[in-house]
Design a protein. Structure first.
Length: 260
């Protein structure tokens, strides 16, 4: 019976005014000046995207030769939720008190976390939300966890500098925040860091975590990381995974410390 229920289709469509009306909103920029022709071009593009009855509900000039559009329309497609299986790290999310207790019990010392936005990434909102004392949206950051030593290196940190600092601090965890950038440069940045750790023989000695607005766990694993966290995740998600992963690695033997 359970298997049958798991395979029962659960079809869903976008919802706007009434159930299953398929109403969606899309926005995009065109490399042309704003005029009546460009507005019609935006509407026709929405038609080619598969939207029924598209309408340009907002548009504005974005400087010489560029214009921005917001289009409403109806999506004709639907998806079966029962057939979707998203890769995600398997661990129990604990509250701050339980995390501190688990670290104290299992490690007998503070867990050391070194974090940064690497290479060309100058956005600190993500790394600050996870690491800084005040945290974000009512969720305190790792600096407020008394069983953690959280070291936030900030933005535009070279991968070599991050690895060197992790070695100096004998880090248990390296936490990287990356905003998705033009031409997918974030993929090069993240791959470079993982490759440096592999080349130095340190990859198995540190828990490597990445977070960002369009980062998924599946992508993180493909890039050689232990876990990836996207939107809606807070310090307790990262900390819970970190101590869970540390405990898993040390279940049968004491893992070697990060190279001194």
């Amino acid at each position: 019976m359970k298997d049958a229920l798991q395979h029962t289709p659960r079809w869903v469509k976008p919802y706007g005014d009434t159930m299953d009306d398929g109403r969606v909103q899309v926005s995009f920029t065109l490399p042309v000046a704003l005029d009546e022709n460009s507005k019609e071009a935006a509407r026709q593009l929405a038609l080619q995207m598969g939207l029924d009855e598209p309408a340009v509900v907002h548009c504005e000039a974005m400087g010489p030769g560029f214009s921005f559009y917001v289009v409403y329309g109806q999506c004709k497609h639907r998806v079966d939720l029962s057939g979707i299986k998203v890769a995600k790290p398997e661990f129990e999310v604990l509250d701050k008190e339980a995390i501190n207790q688990k670290i104290a019990t299992l490690m007998g010392r503070k867990m050391v976390v070194v974090g940064a936005c690497i290479e060309t990434d100058a956005h600190t909102v993500g790394i600050d939300a996870i690491m800084n004392m005040k945290g974000y949206n009512g969720h305190k950051g790792l600096e407020s966890y008394h069983e953690m030593r959280a070291i936030n290196l900030g933005a535009q940190v070279d991968s070599e500098e991050l690895v060197a600092r992790a070695i100096e601090e004998k880090a248990d965890v390296i936490l990287v925040s990356q905003v998705v950038t033009q031409k997918n440069i974030h993929l090069d940045n993240l791959t470079r860091l993982s490759d440096i750790l592999e080349a130095e023989g340190l990859r198995e000695h540190v828990i490597l975590i990445v977070g960002g607005p369009r980062i998924s766990h599946e992508l993180a694993k493909e890039l050689g990381y232990d876990a990836g966290f996207g939107t809606g995740c807070y310090a307790e998600n990262v900390a819970s995974f970190a101590i869970d992963e540390w405990a898993r690695r040390n279940a049968t033997h004491q893992a070697p410390e990060l190279a001194r």
